[in-house]
Design a protein around this ligand. Sequence first.
Ligand SMILES: Cc1ncc(COP(=O)(O)O)c(C=O)c1O
Length: 302
Amino acid sequence: MDTYYIDGKFVSEHASFISVKDIIVLRGFGVFDFLITYAKRPFHLEEHVERLEKSAQQIGLQIGLTHEEICAIVRETVARNPHHRESAIRILYSGGISSDGLNPEGRGILMVLVTQKPESAPHLYTEGAKVITVDAARFMPSAKSTCYLSAVLATQAAKRQGAVEALYVDRDCRILEGATTNFFCFIGERLITPCQDVLSGVTRSVITELARKLYEVEDRDVYLSEVGQMQEAFITASNKEVMPVVRIDAQQIAKGCVGERVKNIMKAFRNYTDSFGQGKARLRLPGSAVGAGHRKEMANLP
Ligand SMILES: Cc1ncc(COP(=O)(O)O)c(C=O)c1O
């Protein structure tokens, strides 16, 4: 049985309750973050907590705990679940009680849910995955709010069509990101990834840093009309890591198999997560305050 942290207490998963009057239940008003462990170390925990704090700030939610307190609670919750080979960690902060369902009245609550890390099917990494596109874009895309209606609908649509992910395409026909992933593609010599109107994925930041050592990386809008020019593509997320994409809707990417450059990036990511798990490497990610003051474990890549 898993142990969760709910509003100041460590409790078993079956005894974890929150009020139905919390606006996170009534309206999906809250923020969350998701990460996994490598060798039981939460991967870039500080950046995930930093993103949670930024998400809260963006929706006007005040978190009543410090950055260090949240990190310590997450580490303690992981330690209280030693039966997991690796863990998946959900950190949530609710809007708090709301009698009218619109105005939060008081403090929100912190929840940390630690479960066994799920594994994606290995063939998706060797043969590549199919994704679909959906006409949608997230409201406040840089915030990871618990209001994930578009993601739930998009993911169900993907599943119905035998795809692993749905890419949001906005009214300007830009491919933005997946329902729960960021998107990358190779066009010519360059690795391109959309950076506007997307969630700043922690995996995306790590991949961008690693890939810069191998290829020219460009942050720019990517259009649906460019799919035919893509030679390789992949999606990234904490749980999916680097997943090659070989088909977008009915269009096959190049020869429809996993390309050499994506394989190199997958290998670089695996080497990095192995080193991270051993406590040997930790990248300084751009745009993060982590490392400026409160990061303890800092080392350069080997
Ligand atoms: C909309 C969206 N984009 C991208 C990501 C990937 O983010 P990360 O790499 O930090 O897991 C997620 C993760 O859930 C997401 O929900």
